[in-house]
Design a protein around this ligand. Sequence first.
Ligand code: IFM
Length: 452
Amino acid sequence: MFYANAGFPERFKWGVATAAYQIEGATNEDGKGESIWDRFCHIPGRIYNNDTGDIACDHYHRYKEDVRLMKELGIPSYRYSIAWSRIFPRGYGDINQKGLDFYKRLTGELLENGIEPFVTLYHWDLPQALQDEGGWTNPATADHFMAYCETVFKALGGQVKNWMTLNEPWVASFNGHYWGNFAPGLRDFSAALAAGHNLLRAHGLAVRSFRQMGLDGEIGIVLNLCPREPASDAPEDINAAVRNDGFGNRWFLDPLFKGSYPLNMESYYASQGVVLPKISAGDMKLIGEKIDFLGVNYYYIDFTKATPGNWPLGYKTVPGPYPVTLYGWPVVERGLTDLLIRLKIDYNPPKLYVTENGASYPDVINIKGEILDDIRIDYLERHILACYKAIETGVPLSGYFVWSLIDNFEWSTGFKNTFGLIYLNKQTQERIIKRSGIWYSNIIRRNGIFSD
Ligand code: IFM
């Protein structure tokens, strides 16, 4: 515990976050179509322990219990995502009413319990049928996304006032299409850039529809961002960190806020033989449609070491001189303050949310059945104070969401990396609130961190 007297602004929104594939389970129920994650997880060897999201937290059936737990903890805002293939099993065509009804029930339950919904429209689970038509490398996928969003806006627009188009398009692009460790598991850098461009177009189309439909509420996008720092003072490491920043941060921020991809990255990619995305007339204007807020998912700093031969970017990341989480991610809270300040200076978004922040640590149940995860509390406390510092300098940060409400399916690492404020017993589906959950509940109640 640090000495702190950090009272947050009056209407600051405290919340928790999840995503459909990570918690819902019921992947083949009530008419849901197959998604790329359903397909990917069933390829042996792709996921740690061959885990899948088939059951996950069984939230599809237990959502009332999860809402009750949120209420018990006094959590005012909940960020969750909608599985596109529940609404359009093949990505487009006939609506699956039962899928929509689930989200109506969930949203209704939240509102009845005084919890404000924040809905993400795409958190990586593309309908497999669309992947079969080229997925995000096919420009038509963006149009299908727009039609799907319009259906969801119509169905839930009366209840939901906070919308996020995409979660972490950088991850969907590069993990999914270049490193291949995420669905759909491709390994082609140029395809990743093409996918990224269509994801951004999809975002722009959804924002445009939202405005044209005259819906009440706000819409934004969620990016995973982190400062890229050189691993040493060597000029080659400094240059590598600049490239890494262009690759991971500016490649998405510049089009959204400045109307173009970073020129230095375009020429760098071209020099490496990478095929740049095909930009059609009107694309950049579309991508730059005005958003109401930027969501930031922050976990760590990327320490960057020049590594010639590591095509195409010529670097690798190293842990740096910091303790790491179970994932191996360095714990560097100053990175969050620096990032938020930089975003204000360089991009000046009207409003910011930290839409995800949290840590995976091995959770141990003691003999009394408790999970005393003080190390997670330490992580969260450092990062919430980092937010406070940013607000003090004038950053328009309006909310903070812990990743995650509950231990869940953590993509290629299966159920190994647990981030929850609530422990999940996967055999019994029992939920146990961790000490960090109680701690966060107190932060919310007092609207800040105080040492007394
Ligand atoms: O679990 C993920 C989430 O789906 C997206 N952001 C990062 C989290 C932790 O890896």
